[in-house]
Design a protein around this ligand. Structure first.
Ligand code: SAM
Ligand code: SF4
Ligand code: SF4
Ligand code: SF4
Length: 408
Protein backbone atom coordinates (compact mmCIF):
# COMPACT_ATOMS: atom_id res chain seq x y z
CA UNK A 1 0.00 0.00 0.00
CA UNK A 2 1.42 3.38 -0.90
CA UNK A 3 1.09 5.85 1.95
CA UNK A 4 1.30 9.59 1.97
CA UNK A 5 3.97 10.88 4.32
CA UNK A 6 2.93 14.02 6.13
CA UNK A 7 5.71 15.55 8.19
CA UNK A 8 3.48 18.03 10.00
CA UNK A 9 3.15 18.58 13.69
CA UNK A 10 -0.60 18.97 13.89
CA UNK A 11 -3.03 16.22 12.92
CA UNK A 12 -4.79 16.37 9.60
CA UNK A 13 -8.49 16.66 10.32
CA UNK A 14 -11.27 16.37 7.77
CA UNK A 15 -14.94 15.90 8.68
CA UNK A 16 -16.85 13.63 6.36
CA UNK A 17 -20.36 13.96 4.89
CA UNK A 18 -21.52 10.45 3.90
CA UNK A 19 -24.92 11.72 2.64
CA UNK A 20 -23.92 15.28 1.80
CA UNK A 21 -26.66 17.65 2.92
CA UNK A 22 -29.50 15.10 2.75
CA UNK A 23 -31.65 15.17 5.89
CA UNK A 24 -34.98 13.94 7.27
CA UNK A 25 -35.49 17.29 9.00
CA UNK A 26 -35.54 20.81 7.64
CA UNK A 27 -34.53 23.08 10.50
CA UNK A 28 -35.30 26.69 9.58
CA UNK A 29 -31.86 28.00 10.48
CA UNK A 30 -29.79 25.16 8.96
CA UNK A 31 -26.72 26.37 7.09
CA UNK A 32 -26.05 23.00 5.53
CA UNK A 33 -29.34 21.77 4.07
CA UNK A 34 -29.15 24.11 1.10
CA UNK A 35 -25.67 22.85 0.12
CA UNK A 36 -27.50 20.13 -1.85
CA UNK A 37 -27.99 22.86 -4.48
CA UNK A 38 -24.24 22.78 -5.15
CA UNK A 39 -24.68 19.22 -6.43
CA UNK A 40 -27.92 19.45 -8.40
CA UNK A 41 -26.40 17.53 -11.31
CA UNK A 42 -25.75 14.46 -9.18
CA UNK A 43 -28.88 12.42 -8.59
CA UNK A 44 -27.84 10.41 -5.53
CA UNK A 45 -25.99 12.21 -2.75
CA UNK A 46 -24.29 9.22 -1.14
CA UNK A 47 -20.63 8.42 -0.75
CA UNK A 48 -19.62 5.40 -2.84
CA UNK A 49 -17.86 2.41 -1.29
CA UNK A 50 -14.88 3.10 -3.48
CA UNK A 51 -14.57 6.69 -2.26
CA UNK A 52 -15.07 5.61 1.35
CA UNK A 53 -12.18 3.17 1.07
CA UNK A 54 -9.94 5.69 -0.66
CA UNK A 55 -10.71 8.30 2.00
CA UNK A 56 -10.13 5.99 4.96
CA UNK A 57 -6.86 4.66 3.56
CA UNK A 58 -5.54 8.12 2.71
CA UNK A 59 -6.80 9.81 5.86
CA UNK A 60 -5.12 7.28 8.14
CA UNK A 61 -1.99 7.24 6.02
CA UNK A 62 -1.66 11.03 6.19
CA UNK A 63 -1.57 11.23 9.99
CA UNK A 64 1.60 11.95 11.89
CA UNK A 65 0.09 11.11 15.27
CA UNK A 66 -0.68 7.64 16.62
CA UNK A 67 -4.32 8.67 17.21
CA UNK A 68 -6.74 9.24 14.34
CA UNK A 69 -10.11 10.93 14.75
CA UNK A 70 -12.90 10.43 12.23
CA UNK A 71 -15.93 12.72 12.38
CA UNK A 72 -19.11 11.77 10.51
CA UNK A 73 -21.24 14.78 9.78
CA UNK A 74 -24.14 15.90 7.62
CA UNK A 75 -26.87 16.41 6.61
CA UNK A 76 -28.22 13.59 8.67
CA UNK A 77 -25.58 10.93 9.15
CA UNK A 78 -28.10 8.23 10.14
CA UNK A 79 -29.71 8.45 6.70
CA UNK A 80 -26.98 5.98 5.70
CA UNK A 81 -27.80 2.43 6.81
CA UNK A 82 -25.92 0.86 9.67
CA UNK A 83 -24.15 -1.39 7.14
CA UNK A 84 -22.30 1.69 5.85
CA UNK A 85 -20.79 2.38 9.28
CA UNK A 86 -20.03 -1.33 9.79
CA UNK A 87 -18.04 -1.09 6.57
CA UNK A 88 -16.31 2.00 7.99
CA UNK A 89 -15.16 -0.10 10.94
CA UNK A 90 -13.86 -2.87 8.67
CA UNK A 91 -11.93 -0.42 6.53
CA UNK A 92 -10.51 1.41 9.53
CA UNK A 93 -9.25 -1.89 10.91
CA UNK A 94 -7.82 -2.84 7.53
CA UNK A 95 -5.81 0.37 7.21
CA UNK A 96 -5.13 1.21 10.89
CA UNK A 97 -1.46 0.20 10.70
CA UNK A 98 -1.19 0.14 14.49
CA UNK A 99 -2.86 3.50 15.06
CA UNK A 100 -5.66 4.10 17.54
CA UNK A 101 -8.83 5.15 15.78
CA UNK A 102 -11.68 7.12 17.31
CA UNK A 103 -15.00 8.03 15.76
CA UNK A 104 -17.55 10.68 16.52
CA UNK A 105 -20.81 11.14 14.73
CA UNK A 106 -23.15 14.12 14.71
CA UNK A 107 -26.88 13.42 14.45
CA UNK A 108 -30.25 15.03 14.94
CA UNK A 109 -31.10 11.97 17.07
CA UNK A 110 -34.50 11.25 15.53
CA UNK A 111 -33.49 8.01 13.79
CA UNK A 112 -31.67 6.36 16.69
CA UNK A 113 -32.73 2.78 17.47
CA UNK A 114 -31.52 0.04 19.80
CA UNK A 115 -29.49 -1.35 16.93
CA UNK A 116 -27.68 1.94 16.25
CA UNK A 117 -26.97 2.38 19.97
CA UNK A 118 -25.59 -1.16 20.29
CA UNK A 119 -23.22 -0.39 17.43
CA UNK A 120 -22.06 2.90 18.98
CA UNK A 121 -21.55 1.30 22.37
CA UNK A 122 -19.73 -1.73 21.02
CA UNK A 123 -17.35 0.39 18.96
CA UNK A 124 -17.07 3.27 21.47
CA UNK A 125 -18.29 5.99 19.13
CA UNK A 126 -19.00 9.40 20.63
CA UNK A 127 -22.43 10.64 19.57
CA UNK A 128 -23.24 14.35 19.31
CA UNK A 129 -26.98 15.02 19.46
CA UNK A 130 -28.52 18.31 18.40
CA UNK A 131 -31.14 19.53 20.81
CA UNK A 132 -32.01 23.17 21.38
CA UNK A 133 -33.24 23.00 24.98
CA UNK A 134 -36.78 22.35 26.24
CA UNK A 135 -39.56 21.31 23.84
CA UNK A 136 -40.99 24.75 23.09
CA UNK A 137 -37.54 26.09 22.14
CA UNK A 138 -36.42 23.03 20.22
CA UNK A 139 -39.62 22.63 18.22
CA UNK A 140 -39.71 26.25 17.15
CA UNK A 141 -37.11 25.63 14.44
CA UNK A 142 -36.23 21.93 14.40
CA UNK A 143 -39.02 20.50 12.26
CA UNK A 144 -39.35 18.22 9.27
CA UNK A 145 -40.36 19.37 5.78
CA UNK A 146 -44.06 18.99 6.66
CA UNK A 147 -43.54 21.29 9.65
CA UNK A 148 -43.84 18.48 12.18
CA UNK A 149 -41.75 19.00 15.33
CA UNK A 150 -38.92 16.64 16.31
CA UNK A 151 -38.42 17.04 20.08
CA UNK A 152 -40.24 13.86 21.14
CA UNK A 153 -38.23 11.70 18.74
CA UNK A 154 -34.94 13.29 19.80
CA UNK A 155 -35.72 12.61 23.45
CA UNK A 156 -36.53 8.99 22.60
CA UNK A 157 -33.14 8.82 20.89
CA UNK A 158 -31.37 10.28 23.94
CA UNK A 159 -33.17 7.78 26.15
CA UNK A 160 -31.84 4.93 23.97
CA UNK A 161 -28.29 6.30 24.08
CA UNK A 162 -28.47 6.41 27.86
CA UNK A 163 -30.04 2.96 28.08
CA UNK A 164 -27.13 1.48 26.14
CA UNK A 165 -24.51 3.53 27.98
CA UNK A 166 -23.33 5.29 24.81
CA UNK A 167 -21.05 8.28 25.32
CA UNK A 168 -22.90 11.35 24.04
CA UNK A 169 -22.95 15.11 24.24
CA UNK A 170 -25.39 17.82 23.21
CA UNK A 171 -25.08 20.47 20.56
CA UNK A 172 -27.49 23.33 20.98
CA UNK A 173 -27.86 26.53 19.06
CA UNK A 174 -28.77 29.86 20.58
CA UNK A 175 -31.15 31.81 18.38
CA UNK A 176 -33.57 34.75 18.58
CA UNK A 177 -36.22 32.54 20.18
CA UNK A 178 -34.41 30.75 23.02
CA UNK A 179 -31.69 33.32 23.82
CA UNK A 180 -33.81 35.23 26.33
CA UNK A 181 -34.26 32.15 28.54
CA UNK A 182 -30.72 31.07 29.43
CA UNK A 183 -31.63 29.40 32.71
CA UNK A 184 -34.60 27.43 31.37
CA UNK A 185 -32.26 26.32 28.64
CA UNK A 186 -29.42 25.36 30.99
CA UNK A 187 -31.64 23.63 33.55
CA UNK A 188 -33.04 21.45 30.81
CA UNK A 189 -29.59 20.02 30.05
CA UNK A 190 -28.91 19.47 33.72
CA UNK A 191 -32.26 17.70 34.12
CA UNK A 192 -31.51 15.29 31.30
CA UNK A 193 -28.11 14.68 32.89
CA UNK A 194 -26.13 15.98 29.95
CA UNK A 195 -22.70 16.90 31.28
CA UNK A 196 -21.06 18.03 28.02
CA UNK A 197 -22.81 20.89 26.27
CA UNK A 198 -21.69 22.80 23.22
CA UNK A 199 -23.70 25.76 22.15
CA UNK A 200 -23.35 27.88 19.07
CA UNK A 201 -24.86 31.27 18.31
CA UNK A 202 -26.98 31.38 15.17
CA UNK A 203 -25.86 34.19 12.89
CA UNK A 204 -26.93 34.04 9.26
CA UNK A 205 -27.69 36.53 6.53
CA UNK A 206 -30.09 36.08 3.65
CA UNK A 207 -28.96 36.43 0.05
CA UNK A 208 -30.72 34.50 -2.73
CA UNK A 209 -28.38 32.70 -5.16
CA UNK A 210 -29.34 31.59 -8.68
CA UNK A 211 -28.94 27.91 -7.73
CA UNK A 212 -31.58 28.05 -4.96
CA UNK A 213 -29.36 28.64 -1.94
CA UNK A 214 -30.51 31.56 0.16
CA UNK A 215 -27.81 32.13 2.80
CA UNK A 216 -25.09 34.72 2.24
CA UNK A 217 -21.49 33.68 1.82
CA UNK A 218 -18.97 35.38 4.14
CA UNK A 219 -17.62 37.37 1.19
CA UNK A 220 -20.94 39.10 0.58
CA UNK A 221 -21.37 42.49 2.20
CA UNK A 222 -24.47 44.33 3.44
CA UNK A 223 -26.87 41.40 3.33
CA UNK A 224 -30.02 41.22 5.44
CA UNK A 225 -29.74 39.45 8.79
CA UNK A 226 -31.89 36.32 9.05
CA UNK A 227 -34.72 36.65 11.62
CA UNK A 228 -33.67 33.59 13.55
CA UNK A 229 -30.23 35.09 14.35
CA UNK A 230 -29.39 35.91 17.95
CA UNK A 231 -28.71 39.60 18.61
CA UNK A 232 -25.37 40.68 20.14
CA UNK A 233 -27.20 41.91 23.25
CA UNK A 234 -29.09 38.64 23.64
CA UNK A 235 -25.85 36.70 23.22
CA UNK A 236 -24.04 38.72 25.89
CA UNK A 237 -26.87 38.40 28.39
CA UNK A 238 -27.29 34.72 27.64
CA UNK A 239 -23.62 33.96 28.26
CA UNK A 240 -23.37 36.05 31.43
CA UNK A 241 -26.53 34.64 33.03
CA UNK A 242 -25.57 31.07 32.27
CA UNK A 243 -22.03 31.65 33.49
CA UNK A 244 -23.26 33.03 36.81
CA UNK A 245 -25.04 29.80 37.64
CA UNK A 246 -22.30 27.56 36.26
CA UNK A 247 -19.48 29.25 38.18
CA UNK A 248 -21.37 28.99 41.48
CA UNK A 249 -22.63 25.40 41.19
CA UNK A 250 -21.30 23.39 38.29
CA UNK A 251 -17.58 23.85 37.62
CA UNK A 252 -15.99 20.43 37.15
CA UNK A 253 -19.38 18.74 36.86
CA UNK A 254 -21.01 20.27 33.79
CA UNK A 255 -18.69 21.12 30.91
CA UNK A 256 -19.72 24.00 28.70
CA UNK A 257 -17.38 24.17 25.76
CA UNK A 258 -17.40 27.92 25.45
CA UNK A 259 -16.51 28.46 29.11
CA UNK A 260 -13.76 25.84 28.99
CA UNK A 261 -12.37 27.45 25.85
CA UNK A 262 -12.42 30.86 27.48
CA UNK A 263 -10.43 29.48 30.41
CA UNK A 264 -8.04 27.80 27.96
CA UNK A 265 -7.35 31.15 26.30
CA UNK A 266 -6.97 32.76 29.71
CA UNK A 267 -4.12 30.37 30.54
CA UNK A 268 -2.64 30.43 27.04
CA UNK A 269 -3.71 26.88 26.09
CA UNK A 270 -5.36 25.81 22.85
CA UNK A 271 -9.17 26.36 23.08
CA UNK A 272 -11.46 23.45 22.21
CA UNK A 273 -13.65 25.49 19.90
CA UNK A 274 -12.27 26.89 16.66
CA UNK A 275 -14.18 30.16 16.90
CA UNK A 276 -12.00 31.21 19.83
CA UNK A 277 -8.69 30.06 18.34
CA UNK A 278 -6.17 32.44 16.78
CA UNK A 279 -6.32 30.83 13.37
CA UNK A 280 -8.73 28.79 11.24
CA UNK A 281 -8.17 26.01 8.76
CA UNK A 282 -7.51 23.04 11.06
CA UNK A 283 -10.71 21.20 10.14
CA UNK A 284 -11.64 20.63 6.53
CA UNK A 285 -14.79 19.02 5.21
CA UNK A 286 -15.20 16.34 2.59
CA UNK A 287 -18.50 16.09 0.71
CA UNK A 288 -20.07 12.82 -0.46
CA UNK A 289 -18.37 13.09 -3.88
CA UNK A 290 -14.87 13.81 -2.55
CA UNK A 291 -14.92 17.61 -2.80
CA UNK A 292 -12.92 19.12 0.05
CA UNK A 293 -13.65 22.58 1.52
CA UNK A 294 -11.76 24.85 3.91
CA UNK A 295 -14.26 24.62 6.79
CA UNK A 296 -17.77 23.35 7.48
CA UNK A 297 -19.01 26.94 7.59
CA UNK A 298 -17.24 27.81 4.33
CA UNK A 299 -18.75 25.23 2.01
CA UNK A 300 -19.07 27.69 -0.84
CA UNK A 301 -17.66 27.20 -4.36
CA UNK A 302 -15.03 29.87 -3.73
CA UNK A 303 -13.63 27.87 -0.78
CA UNK A 304 -13.36 24.48 -2.49
CA UNK A 305 -9.82 23.15 -2.15
CA UNK A 306 -10.20 20.36 -4.70
CA UNK A 307 -11.40 16.78 -4.97
CA UNK A 308 -9.80 13.74 -3.39
CA UNK A 309 -9.78 12.01 -6.80
CA UNK A 310 -7.51 14.74 -8.13
CA UNK A 311 -5.43 15.89 -5.15
CA UNK A 312 -4.31 14.27 -1.92
CA UNK A 313 -5.77 15.36 1.41
CA UNK A 314 -2.32 16.58 2.42
CA UNK A 315 -2.02 18.67 -0.75
CA UNK A 316 -5.38 20.26 -0.07
CA UNK A 317 -5.23 20.70 3.70
CA UNK A 318 -1.67 22.05 3.70
CA UNK A 319 -2.03 24.03 0.48
CA UNK A 320 -1.07 27.68 0.34
CA UNK A 321 -4.77 28.48 -0.06
CA UNK A 322 -5.71 26.67 3.13
CA UNK A 323 -2.82 28.25 5.01
CA UNK A 324 -4.03 31.65 3.82
CA UNK A 325 -7.56 30.77 4.85
CA UNK A 326 -6.27 29.88 8.31
CA UNK A 327 -4.26 33.05 8.63
CA UNK A 328 -7.08 35.27 7.31
CA UNK A 329 -8.72 35.16 10.74
CA UNK A 330 -5.83 37.13 12.22
CA UNK A 331 -4.83 39.15 9.19
CA UNK A 332 -8.30 40.58 8.66
CA UNK A 333 -8.88 41.82 12.22
CA UNK A 334 -10.00 45.43 12.33
CA UNK A 335 -8.12 47.91 14.51
CA UNK A 336 -10.79 47.77 17.22
CA UNK A 337 -10.00 44.07 17.73
CA UNK A 338 -6.24 44.55 17.55
CA UNK A 339 -6.52 47.09 20.35
CA UNK A 340 -9.14 45.17 22.34
CA UNK A 341 -8.15 44.09 25.85
CA UNK A 342 -9.87 40.74 25.22
CA UNK A 343 -8.30 39.89 21.88
CA UNK A 344 -6.39 37.03 23.54
CA UNK A 345 -9.70 35.41 24.51
CA UNK A 346 -11.90 36.32 21.58
CA UNK A 347 -9.61 36.46 18.57
CA UNK A 348 -12.42 38.23 16.73
CA UNK A 349 -14.51 35.02 16.82
CA UNK A 350 -15.56 33.38 13.55
CA UNK A 351 -14.70 35.28 10.33
CA UNK A 352 -18.10 34.22 8.98
CA UNK A 353 -19.68 36.65 11.45
CA UNK A 354 -17.44 39.65 10.71
CA UNK A 355 -19.82 41.78 8.72
CA UNK A 356 -20.32 44.67 11.17
CA UNK A 357 -18.43 47.96 11.32
CA UNK A 358 -16.30 49.30 14.15
CA UNK A 359 -17.13 52.49 16.06
CA UNK A 360 -15.12 54.49 13.49
CA UNK A 361 -16.64 52.76 10.46
CA UNK A 362 -13.98 50.17 9.63
CA UNK A 363 -15.52 47.01 8.13
CA UNK A 364 -14.79 43.51 9.42
CA UNK A 365 -15.94 43.73 13.03
CA UNK A 366 -17.69 40.67 14.39
CA UNK A 367 -21.46 41.11 14.51
CA UNK A 368 -21.50 39.58 18.03
CA UNK A 369 -18.70 41.84 19.34
CA UNK A 370 -20.85 43.67 21.87
CA UNK A 371 -22.07 40.39 23.39
CA UNK A 372 -18.62 38.88 23.60
CA UNK A 373 -17.13 42.02 25.09
CA UNK A 374 -19.81 42.05 27.79
CA UNK A 375 -19.15 38.37 28.49
CA UNK A 376 -15.36 38.67 28.75
CA UNK A 377 -15.64 41.72 30.99
CA UNK A 378 -18.11 39.90 33.22
CA UNK A 379 -16.08 36.69 33.57
CA UNK A 380 -12.61 38.27 33.83
CA UNK A 381 -12.30 38.14 37.66
CA UNK A 382 -13.53 34.54 37.75
CA UNK A 383 -11.23 33.52 34.90
CA UNK A 384 -8.30 35.20 36.70
CA UNK A 385 -9.12 33.17 39.80
CA UNK A 386 -9.42 29.86 37.94
CA UNK A 387 -6.19 30.61 36.08
CA UNK A 388 -4.42 31.16 39.41
CA UNK A 389 -5.73 27.80 40.65
CA UNK A 390 -4.67 26.00 37.49
CA UNK A 391 -1.19 27.50 37.56
CA UNK A 392 -0.84 26.33 41.16
CA UNK A 393 -1.96 22.85 40.04
CA UNK A 394 -5.21 23.14 41.95
CA UNK A 395 -8.73 22.52 40.63
CA UNK A 396 -10.51 25.48 39.01
CA UNK A 397 -13.63 24.13 40.76
CA UNK A 398 -12.25 25.69 43.98
CA UNK A 399 -13.80 28.87 42.71
CA UNK A 400 -17.21 27.74 43.94
CA UNK A 401 -16.01 27.66 47.55
CA UNK A 402 -14.26 31.01 47.15
CA UNK A 403 -17.50 32.60 45.91
CA UNK A 404 -19.40 31.13 48.86
CA UNK A 405 -16.86 32.60 51.27
CA UNK A 406 -17.33 35.97 49.62
CA UNK A 407 -13.75 36.10 48.30
CA UNK A 408 -15.00 37.01 44.87
C1 SAM B 1 -25.72 20.90 10.12
S1 SAM B 1 -26.02 19.82 11.45
C2 SAM B 1 -25.54 18.25 10.79
C3 SAM B 1 -25.70 17.06 11.69
C4 SAM B 1 -27.10 16.66 12.13
N1 SAM B 1 -28.05 16.73 11.11
C5 SAM B 1 -27.52 17.47 13.33
O1 SAM B 1 -28.49 18.23 13.23
O2 SAM B 1 -26.87 17.33 14.36
C6 SAM B 1 -24.69 20.16 12.60
C7 SAM B 1 -24.99 21.16 13.68
O3 SAM B 1 -25.08 22.46 13.14
C8 SAM B 1 -26.07 23.19 13.82
N2 SAM B 1 -26.53 24.28 12.97
C9 SAM B 1 -27.45 24.22 12.01
N3 SAM B 1 -27.59 25.43 11.41
C10 SAM B 1 -26.71 26.26 12.00
C11 SAM B 1 -26.35 27.61 11.81
N4 SAM B 1 -26.96 28.35 10.89
N5 SAM B 1 -25.39 28.14 12.58
C12 SAM B 1 -24.78 27.39 13.54
N6 SAM B 1 -25.06 26.09 13.76
C13 SAM B 1 -26.02 25.52 13.00
C14 SAM B 1 -27.13 22.15 14.08
O4 SAM B 1 -28.04 22.52 15.08
C15 SAM B 1 -26.30 20.94 14.42
O5 SAM B 1 -26.03 20.90 15.80
S1 SF4 C 1 -31.15 18.02 11.36
FE1 SF4 C 1 -29.10 18.88 11.09
S2 SF4 C 1 -28.71 18.84 8.88
FE2 SF4 C 1 -30.87 18.43 9.18
S3 SF4 C 1 -31.82 20.39 8.87
FE3 SF4 C 1 -31.49 20.16 11.07
S4 SF4 C 1 -29.46 21.05 11.50
FE4 SF4 C 1 -29.64 20.76 9.29
S1 SF4 D 1 -14.22 30.03 9.79
FE1 SF4 D 1 -15.31 29.98 11.75
S2 SF4 D 1 -16.06 27.88 11.90
FE2 SF4 D 1 -14.44 27.87 10.35
S3 SF4 D 1 -12.55 27.38 11.44
FE3 SF4 D 1 -12.72 29.59 11.39
S4 SF4 D 1 -13.71 30.14 13.30
FE4 SF4 D 1 -14.09 27.95 12.96
S1 SF4 E 1 -14.61 41.57 21.89
FE1 SF4 E 1 -15.07 42.66 19.98
S2 SF4 E 1 -13.34 44.07 19.70
FE2 SF4 E 1 -12.71 42.53 21.22
S3 SF4 E 1 -11.65 41.00 19.99
FE3 SF4 E 1 -13.80 40.34 20.21
S4 SF4 E 1 -14.83 41.12 18.40
FE4 SF4 E 1 -12.88 42.21 18.56
Amino acid sequence: MSQTIAPFARPLYVMTKPVGAVCNLACDYCYYLEKANLYKDISKHVMSDELLEKFIREYIGSQTMPQVLFTWHGGETLMRPLSFYKRVMELQQKYAGGRTIDNCIQTNGTLLTDEWCEFFKKNTWLVGVSIDGPQEFHDEYRKNRQGRPSFTKVMQGIHLLKKHGVEWNALAVVNDFNADYPLDFYHFFKEIDCHYIQFTPIVERISPHADGRHLASPLQKDEKLADFSVSPEQWGNFLCTLFDEWVRQDVGNFFIQLFDSTLANWVGAQPGVCTMAKTCGHAGVMEFNGDVYSCDHFVFPEYKLGNIHEKTLVEMMYSERQMKFGQMKQDSLPRQCKECEFLFACNGECPKNRFARTADGEPGLNYLCKGYHQFFQHVAPYMDYMKKELLAERAPANIMEAIKKGEL
